[in-house]
Design a protein around this ligand. Sequence first.
Ligand code: TMP
Length: 242
Amino acid sequence: MINTIKKDLIIEGKTKKIYSTKNPHEIIIHYKDNLTSLHGLKNKLFQDKGILNNEITTIIFKHLHYNGIKNHFIRKENNREQLCYKLNMIPLEFVTRNIVSGSMSKRLGITEGKLISNGIFEIFYKSDKLKDPLINDHHAVFLEIISYEELNFIYSVMKNINNILKKYFINKNIILVDFKIEFGKNKKNEIYLSDEISPDTCRFWDKNTKKKLDKDIFRIESEKNIDIINTYMEILKRLHEN
Ligand code: TMP
């Protein structure tokens, strides 16, 4: 489909490109095929991964909107692009954990798979130079990125999102192990969920077999058969099922 409203490239990230549109309050987000880890050190192309993540994020953001979560998504433009509200992005990554895995497992020496009954929230400071360090509320406020009131608001939204998505995914036989989200502010200083929610930014395990159905199969070096496309297609297939 030809995109008629896309104007100039504003910024190109590791996995997405952002374009301006004729409307100064709206942007086009273009999903690339790159998959990266280790802060971009590992970077590989998987043909059509961007198409899958665009569709998966679209389904999830629509579901969140339907459940009252304010987010930047306006509409899917074509197979790789979405029209979204332009926000002033908060340079923090907010991680919600339901099961110990990844960096929490390594940092605290806890075996992967331990249940976290009430969920744990973490904040990472988005800085390529510093390799996105884990910080706490006080660091974020000291850095003048955010206020305590805004953090409390975001934590309440994260709790709601976690409850909505855990329920949504378990109905698809998927365990939502953990996920990373980002927020931005509009002109009225209202905080909206932004960025993407996809197998690039979440850990998904099959409910019955506990098989990993996300980017972890790319992160884990010893994994022999990296089948990103089939794995992401499996997630999309389950999201399409009722
Ligand atoms: P972690 O265990 O590596 O800290 O990751 C926690 C969650 O956040 C996991 O679902 C993957 C996601 N994540 C991102 O989306 N981007 C990142 O840069 C990192 C480090 C994690």
